[in-house]
Design a protein around this ligand. Structure first.
Ligand code: SF4
Length: 366
């Protein structure tokens, strides 16, 4: 095994996502994860965490997801305890979050997350009619009633800044987005991460894109108005930009900086969607337990180098595919970037907007 200091050749890593398992108790229609029941070994996850914490920069972000990570709660506990110990020893600060479907989020687990300062990102697509269209148990029944009950329990017990809604939007539901976002806010979520559903089966045509744009603009307008009347609502993408310009950081050109993900067998990937689509694991760039592939093992980040400038294209291999699957996420981020810039500008002379920015910075979940 390569020594830690040589493994990523000094590439800076800001955030790490760890898919602790591919097992799940739901069968959401749009989920692209192959349910092959893999579970990560403690050793692999611990090594990834160690490499992240040892890389340059003080502030780090670690997100656990799956599959359903709460199926491996004992493993999660051990890893979170490790993170809290190592960040103290290394003088780093790590924000930790768990993305969950909420079904197994018992009071005992909520208490552990609260005590360990772990954030929860809970998948919920809106009210029953929308949520149950796609988020189903293995027997085909909708999961809404269980998710809502567990979401409300978690909202009651956790600090508002430590829980967010992961709100999946299907192209055909984009026209109801504002209504669904408002519902989630009424339920008690003050932070929402809008996740447009991507993949080969979901086509964002002009009509769906236009609906998405107008609904998002409408909701952002409501966010502005809410700031002036002290009713703060947050969108994760706006928060990411307000917290150190994360949407525009030039270091994002390097996929190791913000897109590093580890799969249960230790595979190092930058896009779980592509990794799960490929039959041959062609989108793994190495394994955390052995080494990086030759293509990525010897490069050192240089913002002016041709290879770094075109790194994402080389990873995606096909530009059209890249444009097709990520266009709607780019659109979301463009609106959120514009909103973040406006909020930052107003915050210079307005204490309510200044408070809003301070609160937004506490609400970054990945
Ligand atoms: S070639 Fe790509 S992975 Fe390698 S350092 Fe440059 S941006 Fe990062």
């Amino acid at each position: 095994m390569q020594k830690n200091r040589n493994f990523f050749l000094g590439k800076e890593i800001s955030s790490l996502r760890i898919a602790v398992t591919t097992r799940c108790i739901l069968r959401c229609r749009y989920c692209f994860v192959k349910k092959n029941n893999k579970v990560m070994r403690y050793r692999s996850a611990a090594r990834a965490i160690e490499l992240l914490l040892e890389s340059g920069g003080r502030d780090k972000m670690i997100s656990f997801y799956g599959g359903e990570p709460l199926l491996c709660f004992d493993l999660l506990k051990e890893l979170i305890i490790l993170i809290r110990r190592r960040e103290r020893e290394l003088g780093k600060k790590a924000a930790v979050s768990v993305a969950t479907n909420g079904i197994l989020l018992t009071d005992e687990k909520i208490a552990f997350f609260k005590d360990s300062g772990t954030k929860i990102a809970l998948s919920i697509d809106g009210p029953k009619a929308t949520h149950d269209r796609a988020r189903l148990f293995i027997n085909g029944k909708g999961s809404f009633s269980v998710v809502k009950e567990r979401a409300c329990a978690a909202i009651k017990k956790l600090d508002k800044a430590d829980i967010s809604a992961l709100f999946g939007v299907l192209p055909q539901s984009a026209k109801y987005m504002h209504k669904n976002l408002s519902y989630l806010n009424t339920l008690g979520f003050d932070t929402i991460n809008i996740e447009p559903v991507q993949g080969l089966r979901y086509r964002w045509g002009d009509r769906e894109r236009n609906a998405f744009s107008s609904q998002l603009q409408f909701f952002i307008k409501r966010i502005y108005e809410g700031i002036s009347s002290k009713k703060f609502i947050f969108l994760s993408s706006i928060n990411r930009q307000l917290q150190g310009g994360r949407l525009t950081d030039p270091k994002r050109k390097c996929p190791f900086f913000n897109n590093l993900e580890i799969y249960p067998d230790g595979e190092i990937i930058f896009s779980p969607l592509l990794f799960n689509l490929a039959n041959n694991g062609g989108y793994a760039v190495g394994n955390i337990n052995s080494r990086l592939s030759a293509k990525f093992g010897s490069c050192v980040y240089d913002p002016h180098a041709f290879d770094c400038e075109h790194c994402w294209e080389r990873y995606y291999k096909d530009d059209n595919f890249l444009a097709r699957i990520s266009g709607i996420v780019r659109l979301r981020d463009e609106y959120c970037l514009e909103a973040a810039e406006l909020i930052s500008a107003v915050a210079k002379n307005n204490h309510l907007f200044k408070n809003y920015v301070a609160e937004a910075k506490k609400r970054v979940f990945e």
